[in-house]
Ligand binder design. Structure first.
Ligand code: ADP
Length: 475
């Protein structure tokens, strides 16, 4: 099959979250299944360091709402996959990926550039695989402006993957001018232009990144006002669990760790990593005490307020260490700085993004918190399990689909979970984890082994997408 994976971020060139990882992992695994897959993504400023390795493919003029702008296409082969970068200095060469006043215009331009580009690089995919709101307008633009042009455009099918329904690309109605059509209800939602809604209405099929989240978004509680639009298309909506790259996230070979280990030598291996990271963060080194960690965005979605409600109590009443890594909301950042200030030898924070330190934290920690309010899939908990750090999660979305809660009677489980969005329940699970770590070593070690043996492989994920593509094109 010919597949063009369209993503506003792609690891290792640009990344703000899980979508970037997926933009490398899925195409790579599809390639192993012998599909002809390419990635198209914007050329952000930081990508210029790869410029020497790129090949110029051509240019096209994008016309949107009376604005004409030129985009250049460059290709770079990375890990055997062709990456096509869409270059437009005005729109994409900025410090950040998103968050600008003209984001609607920027990603309208990217969406046109995808469709215009097909004839430039003469690659008409059977599946245009779109991701999130940034490419949500593509099916609409395809229908309105491209399908009638020739058979190659006519027979393109689209799949829209929703990685996070909270971010919808909702803009002032004047934005509709960029689509070169009169006002159209496909993309209007509560009197605003909504890129994601357009994708939901027009894509051939839609999927989210876990089966539980697929069901949750049909409800008012998790639907972020799009539950109606999604319910109308529920027969075309599926849930496919993300996977993680077993080669990148393998404590046995990970070059970023203080020491490598596998499930047979996990105890010693983790202790060495714990020692390393505690030193690195200038914390008291006491290897008998559990290390609790969080790595991820400091956003409301992640249930950070549950942590800020109870962490101090947990730190006060235990001897656990806690390391937080992430950035985002200022108030949350300030809280973790405060906690570090108050417990300088037991609490540390790293406000920022750092791949290496993140890996080290996964390997060193014993408990990994993810009490999300909602979680489309979540990679953090899967990575934690791969490194033998037991996740404490709320039973929602992908967290529910991936973490088997500890059962004290049977010894089953790969982590701890609670159901209500309650700081009290999170606190209970933290104390349960700390207790088990310190007092029930046999049970603890068994859980760690079970967690490390979980299969969240990309192969499994790629096979599920392959099957979905086949359904879409009717093979
Ligand atoms: P989301 O996509 O909602 O941000 P996920 O759990 O799906 O959350 O994916 C987040 C990914 O980004 C994980 O691979 C996580 O390890 C990584 N990550 C998040 N914050 C940081 C950080 N500050 N430094 C390094 N890696 C991070």
């Amino acid at each position: 099959m010919r597949i063009l994976f369209c993503s506003s971020e792609a690891f290792p060139f640009s990344k703000t979250g899980g979508l970037a990882d997926m933009a490398l992992f899925l195409p790579k695994s599809l390639k192993q299944l012998k599909h002809d897959v390419r990635i198209i993504t914007p050329y952000y400023s930081q990508i210029s360091k790869y410029h020497q390795e790129m090949k110029f493919l051509g240019s096209s003029t994008i016309q949107m709402g009376g604005l004409d702008t030129i985009v250049n296409y460059y290709e770079l082969i990375y890990q055997d996959i062709p990456y096509i970068f869409v270059q437009n200095m005005h729109y994409f060469e900025r410090d950040q990926l998103y968050g600008y006043n003209d984001d609607a215009e920027r990603f309208a331009c990217f969406s046109y550039a995808i469709l215009e580009g097909l004839k430039i690089f003469d690659f008409y995919p059977q599946i245009l695989h779109l991701n999130d709101w940034q490419t949500g307008m593509v099916p609409f633009l395809l229908d309105e402006h491209y399908r009638h042009r020739n058979d190659s455009y006519y027979s393109i099918h689209t799949l829209l993957t929703i990685h996070n329904l909270e971010y919808q690309g909702s803009f002032d109605p004047y934005v509709s001018r960029f689509f070169n059509v009169n006002f159209n209800y496909t993309y209007i939602h509560f009197e605003r232009v909504n890129f994601l809604k357009a994708g939901i209405e027009r894509a051939t099929k839609i999927n989210t990144v876990s089966p539980t989240y697929r069901n949750e978004i049909l409800t008012g509680e998790y639907g972020f006002t799009l539950d109606g639009a999604l319910s109308n298309r529920q027969h075309d909506l599926v849930g496919i669990l993300n996977g993680i790259d077993a080669h990148v996230f393998d404590p046995k070979t990970d070059p970023l760790l203080f020491a490598n280990y596998d499930s047979t030598g996990v105890k010693d291996g983790k202790l060495k990593n714990k020692e390393g990271i505690l030193h690195q963060f200038d914390l008291d080194v006491d290897l008998k005490e559990p290390l609790i960690a969080y790595v991820g965005r400091l956003a409301t979605q992640k249930g950070i307020n549950l942590m800020t409600d109870i962490l101090e109590e947990v730190i006060y009443h235990s001897n656990a260490r806690f390391i937080l890594m992430g950035s985002g909301n200022d108030a949350y950042q300030d809280y973790f700085r405060y906690l570090t200030y108050k417990y300088p030898k037991r609490v540390a924070n790293y406000i920022g993004f750092n791949e290496k330190v993140a890996h080290q934290i996964y390997a060193a920690s014993d408990l990994f918190m993810m009490p999300s309010r909602f979680e489309p899939c979540g990679l953090g908990q899967m990575i934690a399990m791969a490194y033998g750090s037991l996740p404490i999660v709320r039973e929602t979305g992908g967290l529910k689909d991936t973490v088997k809660p500890f059962n004290q009677f049977t010894g089953e489980g790969t982590g701890f979970s609670f159901s209500n969005f309650s700081s009290y329940e999170l606190k209970e699970k933290l104390f349960e984890g700390i207790y088990l770590y310190k007092n029930k070593k046999r049970q603890w070690n068994k859980l760690v082994k079970q967690a490390m043996e979980q299969d969240f492989s990309l192969e499994k994920m790629a096979l599920a997408y392959e099957q979905l593509y086949q359904t879409i094109i009717g093979v």
